[in-house]
Ligand binder design. Structure first.
Ligand code: PGA
Length: 256
């Protein structure tokens, strides 16, 4: 499948920003900034507490709703956690899995990311699996090895059919929230290797269908060049997703 047959995805990751009071205003601004029929899929991944409000506001719009994490069990004694079926019940269609901040600050491992991803797709959600190397690994030339290992672990137990509900996000840790973006060539090289790894596991047709996003200081200035790369099918946007104008401009950048 050619790149232009894969529908791009622009997903916002609000992280731990905007309680319900502030979320309402940003959601209204996003609804004005995003066209009713964008050329790409648009998703916003909000804090758990904003989900009911966001589900209400985004109903019938072109913006899909996502969460930023889910637990691997459907229910049980897991204080402080939220399950994938709970997210589906409250109106989410997407969930981020294995974000580097979860791995770095909350002890998430390749194994738990794989378990969470499996739970998400089994609940009917689309999982956005994050992979990415840190600066030490990049300086040691280990980025392909690191990212493909995270990818393989994240997809453990995922069937070819379930893979249709997976998006992969390549997010070099050194580019997240730092203002330092991977060059389009650097990003494209890793995304190409990820697609190759999926092809080896699931076959070329499944790999050609898979959407691979880039994340890490993507903004309205650099989006166009990144999105033009053959294996980059969208973006996972942190900081720039908190401003409707910037996020809208990245969505527009998919047009070209
Ligand atoms: P950033 O975050 O765009 O602020 O770098 C991206 C992410 O962490 O998903």
């Amino acid at each position: 499948m050619e790149k232009n047959k894969r529908k791009p995805v622009i997903a916002g990751n609000w992280k731990m920003n905007n309680g319900p009071a502030a979320a309402g205003g940003l959601l209204d601004a996003l609804l004005s900034a995003i066209p009713a029929q964008p050329v790409c899929e648009v998703v916003v991944c909000v804090p758990f507490l904003d989900i009911p409000l966001a589900a209400e506001k985004l109903k019938g719009s072109s913006i899909a709703l996502g969460a930023q994490n889910c637990h691997f069990a459907a229910s049980g004694a897991y204080t402080g956690e939220i399950s994938a079926p709970m997210l589906a019940e409250t109106g989410c269609s997407h969930v981020i899995i294995g974000h580097s901040e979860r791995r770095q600050y909350f002890g998430e491992t390749d194994e738990t990311a794989g378990q969470r991803l499996k739970a998400a797709v089994e609940a009917g959600l689309t999982a956005i699996l994050c992979v990415g190397e840190n600066l030490t690994e990049r300086d040691a030339g280990q980025e392909l090895e690191k990212c493909t290992a995270q990818l393989t672990a994240g997809l453990a137990g995922v069937t070819e059919q379930e893979l249709e509900r997976v998006l992969v996000a390549y997010e070099p840790v050194w580019a997240i929230g730092t203002g330092r973006t991977a060059t389009a060539e650097e990003a494209a090289r890793v995304c190409g290797a990820l697609r190759q790894a999926v092809a080896e596991q699931y076959g070329a047709p499944a790999a050609q269908k898979l959407r691979i996003l880039y994340g890490g200081s993507m903004n309205e200035k650099n989006a166009r060049e990144l999105l033009a790369q053959p294996d980059i099918d969208g973006g996972l946007i942190g900081g720039a997703s908190l401003k409707a104008g910037s996020f809208g401009a990245i969505v527009d950048a998919c047009q070209d």
